[in-house]
Design a protein. Structure first.
Length: 69
């Protein structure tokens, strides 16, 4: 079993080394910034939608309160 564990360790270390060499920190940060900008844009759209729906929600709340009271 020892030989297989050692082989596995060597294989994993080689794979991790290849991945580390392929990573470019600047490109990774640029991609993270792009992803965050996209998420921010989507969040702004959601907030705008919620603000637009607010008057309708108030109207519905008042209707339910008067109907129930």
């Amino acid at each position: 079993m020892g030989i297989f564990d050692r082989f596995s360790t060597v294989l994993r270390s080689n794979i991790n080394d290849l991945i580390s060499r392929a990573e470019n920190p600047e490109k990774m940060l640029n991609q993270l910034i792009l992803d965050m900008k996209s998420q921010l844009s989507k969040a702004k759209q959601e907030v705008a939608g919620a603000i637009a729906d607010r008057p309708a929600g108030r109207t519905e709340l008042l209707r339910l309160r008067t109907a129930g009271g």
